[in-house]
Design a protein around this ligand. Sequence first.
Ligand SMILES: NC(=O)c1ccc[n+]([C@@H]2O[C@H](COP(=O)([O-])OP(=O)(O)OC[C@H]3O[C@@H](n4cnc5c(N)ncnc54)[C@H](OP(=O)(O)O)[C@@H]3O)[C@@H](O)[C@H]2O)c1
Length: 216
Amino acid sequence: MTHKALVTGGNRGIGKAIAAGLVREGLEVIIGARDLAAGQDAARDVGASAIQLDLTDPAACDRAIDGVTVLVNNAGVLWDDKLFDDMDHFEATMDTALHGPFALIRAALPAMEAAGYGRVVNVSSGWGSFAEGLGGGGAYGIGKAAMNALTVIANRDTPDFIKINSMCPGWVRTRMGGAGATRSPEEAADTAIWLATLPADGPSGGFFRDRKPLAW
Ligand SMILES: NC(=O)c1ccc[n+]([C@@H]2O[C@H](COP(=O)([O-])OP(=O)(O)OC[C@H]3O[C@@H](n4cnc5c(N)ncnc54)[C@H](OP(=O)(O)O)[C@@H]3O)[C@@H](O)[C@H]2O)c1
């Protein structure tokens, strides 16, 4: 059976590298992009298809998920300001890190249950780790910590054949990470691709970097 994967924010950066990797793994891949033309350009590059998906729109999340059994919640935003400076930044951060991923997982559950198979990868960050100090500007650490909590509790409340994990890609050369970052998007995508294609005895409810467990 060919699994259908959705990668949010797959039009550039780490998401595009994850989409390319999942195509290489033989999955049918859909890139979710808030700018459909950008999504279609990336989809052409990697052999995927594209849909318009803005995580600030819950109805779009419902529409995007039809038949998806592999979900990569990759989209994210980062601002350098302080937590209380800009309410819109807080809301956009929580939409991409928590509300959108929640809505997408919830909408994907019927297809995953029907298939007896599901993989969810939440692209989080070491900045969402209490153990690593909740770094990043403003709301970012709160959003990624909330995403990590979603991973733990979604895993607890779904069947064992659905594997839900968080991962940190490291510091990556993308628009978010900047040109001085230490990793390529392809290196960063490796752990996400691994988690999206885990075998039946693979881990679930965990947090990983470089395929190794990371402290919450
Ligand atoms: N780069 C790093 O060093 C690093 C480190 C740790 C974790 N991460 C995480 O890795 C993930 C990917 O980051 P990246 O470095 O590849 O960043 P990026 O190049 O800035 O890409 C972010 C992606 O998210 C999309 N996006 C933002 N808001 C969205 C929304 N409301 N709805 C749908 N899509 C939205 C963007 O779409 P547009 O093109 O339309 O803006 C873009 O496709 C993020 O979750 C980030 O927090 C990155």
